[in-house]
Design a protein around this ligand. Structure first.
Ligand code: NAD
Length: 735
């Protein structure tokens, strides 16, 4: 069976059906693209065929290109991967251009065969680009389906003609949300955005597309850019309106990407330069920019972490091979900020939830939190009243532990106090299924110690959510010393049910994410104490792709929490505690009542409505800014190395066992510079020899916290890369 098949019906319409065997969603392979060409050639050559409808045998149309293809082509192309990628891209343009011209006479534009695309459901990437090359697009009226070009989100841009075609259809400004933000649209919105022409009932999809094919005239199938006198909507670059558009778009892109994402800039360059020339030359320009982006280490790293490895982890790359552990009934203990969020995401995924707190009003508040999220969704038209009722109907808010009967998973999110946690563990275990799994959402307490309160430590595990639970995509699963395979599989299956991304780590202080983010915050605060201009620290972080500067981050998470963590760490480490200089600033801020956003006063000033303003001037009074300031790269390297060296230590210590989890977890958990692909990818981009050399320099200048980890030193000496040595996820650090 092939991915594309063709049947000619009695009316003379060739129906080309895309249905990749054994996959739930169509993805385009190189071989399948060749089949498309053959089928189009056959249909155009066959006099019995009046027109063509391209559709899908699945309830969606396509997920996009098989991104492994790009890596394969690069490998196959030996010394000249750019040539291989460019030729591959140009070949795609040639096939889609053939489809678009559909056999019409190049001079008169007459005699072509109409080609419609019938899109039954979700359609992304190259799927949308194929559709855009067709003469008319019909989409089934399924509000859950989305269509778009999300390539930018994995560090590339639509390079299958989508950039050139769509910007020429609607103009640069109107194309921006789809091309530059990667927004996926439901059928109705897609119609207003001209991504599709008609939205029709699912049952009529094929018949309506066929009807159009059979009635289309020559003029209906000539694209605007193939007609005489065509002008770019909204104005080409040298038109006054076009000039303003490109100036504005360029400023917007630089503001948003801070110059660290090459794809956005390349996309705009491709549209700008393409708009000055004819369509076929524009496609060639698009292919050149596309190739240049594919050749950047950042794009391969982003594709690897944000697409391939993220998906592999979601599909259970590190799941023990035990039977299905999907959760049917979950008990959530503690209906505070975290518990309420966990109850909501579980109920939203169709799981029955019992939400317990010490007092009924607290439990009710937790359920009301879920209601608040659903109400917001309703206002935005994303949630129907029926859906709201269904989701809320799954949450029972109570103080009665007997309601936990039949629960196959408990997630505990009560106060961060071992005594309180021990008490609720025993009470819940007495009620839940004996075969069930008990999980704690603790952020700081060792899992192995909390498991001592459990009658079944092999069924005890950490499931660590990030706040806000409904928005944050990462879930850290922590194995205690006695945690068994069933508990790991249960946690992974649960995370899959609630459609988040899991990483599995071993038990150690702060697990993985918090372990790496704390040194980032501390390095920022340490620089304040040294007299580095606070705005330099914050901007350096953002210019290297961190979503928040360290000072803003500590304001958001609260300064008293920082104080609490510092105290606990100091108590645990004794004389080895390295962060005295940080504490001086932090404790002083807390003492002055500046607790961060929650007190409307922190490293930043806030107005009465809670809007963040400038850095608080009092900070510079207390810690005067030094006359000589470090250069930008040095500040950035201090902030990034503080995090990545901790990630390497976590890997050396066996807390992380898979660098893929280290990279994906860093980007989704705390927003580590996504352009880099994550801490391990960033070290590979630098090259381990240079990274080790930089460690030595930073250590000499700023202290032993930058000492090169043994593993990095050894890899630098052998000139190894992390992905070269550990990339498959099968090798542990010892491999
Ligand atoms: P919170 O104070 O908002 O909520 C705790 C809830 O537990 C309260 O509603 C409280 O009434 C309830 N509770 C206390 N004792 C109880 C008992 N004996 N029986 C039933 N309910 C009881 O706290 P939170 O921020 O939601 O944190 C909860 C847990 O999640 C903590 O372990 C925390 O470390 C962890 N955590 C927090 C975050 C975060 O960003 N806040 C992130 C990850 C993990």
């Amino acid at each position: 069976m092939t991915d594309f098949t063709m049947q000619i019906d009695a009316d003379g319409v060739a129906i080309v059906t895309w249905d990749v065997p054994g996959k739930s969603m169509n993805v385009l392979s190189r071989e399948a693209f060749a089949t498309v060409e053959t089928l189009i050639d056959d249909a155009l050559a066959d006099d019995a065929v009046k027109g063509i409808v391209i559709t899908s045998g699945k309830d969606s149309f396509a997920g996009g290109m098989d991104l492994n293809t790009l890596a394969t082509i690069r490998q196959e192309s030996g010394d000249d991967p750019a040539k291989g990628l460019f030729d591959f891209t140009m070949n795609g343009h040639r096939i889609l251009r053939k489809l678009e011209r559909a056999g019409m006479d190049p001079k008169t534009n007459k005699g072509g065969k109409p080609i419609a695309c019938a899109i039954p459901g979700t359609c992304a990437g190259i799927g949308t680009e194929i559709a855009l090359a067709c003469h008319r697009r019909f989409m089934a009226d399924n509000p859950k389906a989305k269509i778009g070009l999300p390539e930018i989100l994995v560090g590339i841009f639509p390079g299958g003609g989508g950039t050139t075609r769509y910007s020429r259809m609607v103009g640069t400004m109107a194309a921006a949300p789809v091309l530059l933000e990667g927004r996926m649209l439901d059928p109705k919105k897609a119609k207003s955005a001209q991504l599709v022409d008609e939205v029709v009932p699912a049952d009529d999809l094929l018949s309506r597309a066929k009807e159009w094919v059979l009635s289309a005239k020559d003029a209906d199938i000539v694209k605007p850019w193939d007609q005489k006198g065509w002008k770019m909507p909204g104005g080409a670059p040298y038109h006054p309106a076009g000039f303003m558009t490109f100036v504005g778009a360029s400023a917007m892109i630089n503001g948003k990407t801070k110059g660290v994402y090459p794809a956005a800039k390349a996309l705009l360059s491709s549209v700008y330069e393409g708009a000055l020339v004819d369509f076929d030359t524009a496609l060639k320009i698009e292919a050149r920019w596309f190739t240049s982006v594919l050749m950047k280490p950042s794009s391969s790293a982003m594709i690897r972490s944000l697409f391939l490895n993220k998906e592999a982890l979601e599909k259970g790359a590190n799941r023990p091979a035990v039977e299905d552990q999907r959760v049917k009934k979950v008990g959530v203990l503690g209906a505070g900020m975290m518990g309420a969020g966990i109850a909501y995401v579980s109920a939203n995924a169709g799981i029955e939830v019992v939400l317990i707190d010490a007092a009924q009003d607290a439990a009710d508040r937790g359920r009301a939190h879920a209601e608040g999220i659903l109400d917001k969704g309703m206002k935005r038209g994303k949630v129907t009243p029926e859906k709201k009722e269904q989701v809320l109907g799954r949450i029972t808010a109570t103080t009665d532990y007997a309601a936990l009967e039949g629960c196959d998973l408990i997630v505990e999110a009560v106060f961060e106090d071992p005594g309180v946690k021990a008490e609720v563990t025993a009470k819940a275990e007495a009620q839940m299924l004996e075969t069930g799994v008990f999980a704690t959402n603790t952020s700081t307490l060792p899992i192995t110690e909390l498991a001592t309160a459990s009658a079944r430590p092999e069924q005890f595990i950490g499931i660590h959510f990030f706040s806000p639970v409904d928005k944050m995509m990462l879930v850290e699963i922590i194995k205690g010393a006695h945690t068994g395979d069933i508990a790991v599989a249960k946690a992974l299956d649960f995370v899959r049910q609630i459609r988040k991304t899991p990483i599995v780590v071993n038990d150690a202080r702060f697990f993985y994410a918090n372990r790496c983010i704390i040194p980032y915050i501390n390095e920022g605060i340490r620089m304040v104490a040294e007299g580095v201009e606070p705005a330099l620290i914050e901007n350096a972080a953002k210019l290297v792709g961190m979503p928040l500067g360290p000072l803003q981050l500590v304001d958001e998470t609260s300064i008293d929490l920082g104080v609490k963590i510092a105290r606990a760490t100091k108590a645990a480490m004794g004389d080895a505690y390295p962060d005295g200089a940080v504490d001086e600033v932090l404790f002083w801020m807390a003492g002055a009542g500046r607790l961060g956003r929650k007190s409307n006063a922190g490293f930043y000033e806030y107005d009465d409505t809670g809007k963040r303003g400038v850095i608080w001037p009092g900070l510079r009074d207390k810690h005067p800014v030094a006359d000589t300031q470090p250069d930008l790269t040095e500040v950035q390297h201090r902030l990034l190395f503080a995090q990545v060296l901790e990630a390497v230590h976590a890997f050396e210590a066996g807390v992380l066992t898979d660098i893929r989890e280290g990279d994906v977890g860093a980007i989704l958990g705390w927003g580590f510079a996504p352009w880099s692909g994550g801490p391990f990818s960033w070290l590979d981009i630098l090259g381990t020899p240079y990274a080790a050399e930089r460690c030595d320099q930073l250590q000499a200048a700023f202290g032993d916290r930058f000492a090169c980890p043994d593993l990095l030193r050894e890899m630098a000496e052998r000139n190894q890369s992390f992905y070269g040595r550990f990339g498959t996820g099968t090798g542990s650090k010892a491999a």
